[in-house]
Design a protein around this ligand. Structure first.
Ligand SMILES: *Cc1c(COP(=O)(O)O)cnc(C)c1O
Length: 381
C-alpha cells in the first residue's frame, strides 16, 4: 500500500498505511470536519475581547423563550433517566403539524446524524454517489467514510446543475445528495425543476433532499411539499434540522422523512438513545412557538436586503440567497486572507474556495459591525 500523509493534516506524524493498528482503508480518504471558528479561539489567538461569529449559520436571535423555560423546568426534575429512544411525542408533534405518519419519521442527533445514518445504511465501496460542487461538505465526508466513489458535478451560476447530475447517473450510482436551498451558495431549485428531476431519476437510486434552510425560503416557486416527497417518490429522503431557524444547534436535533421501509432499515443502525431528553423537549416546544419562527424569518429577510445593498454599494459580486447566509466574492482579496483580516477585527466569517466567502446573517447590530470592519479591510488593501 502507498504511504500517504494524513490528508486531514491534524498530525503530520501520522503516516497512513503505517499505523500501529490498521484502520479501514476507506478512512485514509476521510477529512475531519473543520467547523466554523469558535468565538473563544479567536479571542485567545488575537487577544481581543469582543468577537462576533457569522460563520456557522446559527440563529443570531438565540432560542425561543418558551423553549428555555421548558428546559429549565425539566432540569429541576433531574436528568437521571434515559430519553424515550422512539421519540414518540416529538414524532407525534411533527406528524400532526406536517401531515406525515410517525412511521415515516426518524429523529436524529442533528441533520448531521441523519446524513451519516443514511450513508451507513446504504453506501458501500462498490457504489457511486453524485453531488454538486460547492455543496455541503458532509456529503463528501459520509460518502468517503463508506468508501463510495464521488462524482462531483460543476454548478451553473452557483446553482446545482440537475441536468448535469442526470447525465452522470450510471448503473453504479446509488445515491444523489441534494441541498435545497444550497449551502454554501444559498441558491434555490424550484418546485418544477425538482419534480422533473425526481421523475427522471431511476427508482433504485436514492435521493437525499437536505432542506436544512427550508424555513428561510421566501421565493414562491420553491418546492412546497418537501415533507411529503417520499409519498410520491419513495426513493427520496428529506432531511430537516432544528439547528437553524429554531435556534437549537447546541442541542443537536434533526429528523428525516422517508418511506416506511427506508425508516425501518435506517433505524437499525441508529444509536439506541441518539437524541437526548433536552433536545427532544426543546424541539417539541420550538415547533409550537410560531411567533419566534416568524420573527426570525422576518429579521433574516431584512438582513439579506442589508447585505445585498452593502455588496451593491461596494461592487462585490454576491449570490441571491433563500437562506440565512450570503455567498459573495472578493476579487481583490483571497478568502483566507479576508477571513484572517476580519478576525483581527473581531468578526468570524466562513472562507470558501478561492475568493469566495460565506457570511451568516446576524442581528442588525452584527451586520453593521461587519459592514464597518469589512470596509476597513478593503480600504487597507
Ligand atoms: C446545518 C446543516 C445541516 C444540519 O446540521 P445539524 O446541526 O447537524 O442539524 C444539514 N445540512 C446542511 C446543508 C446544513 O447546513
Amino acid at each position: 500500500m502507498n504511504k500517504i500523509l494524513d490528508k486531514t493534516c491534524l498530525n503530520p506524524n501520522i503516516i497512513l498505511g503505517d499505523e500501529m493498528i490498521k484502520c479501514r482503508e476507506e478512512m485514509h480518504n476521510v477529512n475531519a470536519y473543520i467547523p466554523g471558528k469558535p468565538i473563544e479561539t479567536v479571542k485567545r489567538e488575537f487577544n481581543i475581547d469582543k468577537v462576533i461569529k457569522m460563520a456557522s449559520n446559527e440563529n443570531p436571535f438565540g432560542t425561543s423563550e418558551k423553549v428555555k423555560e421548558a428546559l429549565t423546568n425539566y432540569i429541576e426534575n433531574g436528568l437521571a433517566l434515559y430519553p424515550d429512544g422512539s421519540a414518540y411525542y416529538l414524532k407525534e408533534k411533527l406528524s400532526k403539524k406536517f401531515g406525515v405518519e410517525q412511521k415515516n419519521i426518524l429523529i436524529s442527533n442533528g441533520g448531521d446524524d441523519a446524513l451519516a445514518l443514511i450513508a451507513l445504511s446504504y453506501l458501500s465501496n462498490e457504489d457511486e454517489v453524485i453531488l454538486s460542487e460547492y455543496s455541503f461538505v458532509r456529503y463528501n465526508d459520509n460518502s468517503n467514510i463508506q468508501g463510495s466513489k464521488i462524482v462531483e458535478i460543476p454548478m451553473v451560476d452557483f446553482k446545482i446543475d440537475l441536468e448535469g447530475i442526470l447525465k452522470a447517473i450510471n448503473e453504479k450510482t446509488k445515491l444523489i445528495w441534494i441541498c435545497n436551498p444550497n449551502n454554501p451558495t444559498g441558491t434555490l431549485l424550484e418546485e418544477e425543476e425538482i419534480i422533473s428531476f425526481f421523475e427522471r431519476v431511476p427508482k433504485d437510486v436514492l435521493i437525499v433532499y437536505d432542506e436544512a434552510y427550508g424555513e428561510f425560503i421566501k421565493n414562491e416557486k420553491a418546492p412546497k411539499n418537501a415533507f411529503e416527497f417520499f409519498k410520491t417518490y419513495p426513493n427520496v429522503i428529506t432531511v430537516k434540522t432544528f439547528s437553524k431557524i429554531y435556534g437549537l444547534a447546541g442541542l443537536r436535533i434533526g429528523y428525516l422523512l422517508a418511506d416506511e421501509e427506508i425508516i425501518e432499515i435506517i433505524n437499525r443502525g441508529r444509536l439506541p438513545f441518539n437524541v437526548n431528553v433536552l433536545g427532544l423537549l426543546a424541539a417539541e416546544v420550538a415547533l409550537d412557538d410560531e411567533e419566534f419562527v416568524n420573527f426570525v424569518f422576518e429579521e433574516n429577510l431584512k438582513g439579506r436586503e442589508f447585505f445585498y445593498n452593502l455588496f451593491e454599494e461596494l461592487n462585490i459580486p454576491y449570490v441571491i440567497s433563500e437562506t440565512n447566509f450570503v455567498f459573495f466574492e472578493t476579487p481583490m482579496i483571497d478568502s483566507r486572507d479576508l477571513f484572517l483580516e476580519l478576525q483581527k477585527r473581531g468578526v468570524i466569517i466562513r472562507p470558501q474556495r478561492n475568493n469566495y466567502s460565506r457570511i451568516s446573517i446576524g442581528t442588525m447590530e452584527e451586520n453593521k459591525i461587519f459592514e464597518k470592519e469589512f470596509k476597513e479591510v478593503l480600504n487597507n488593501l
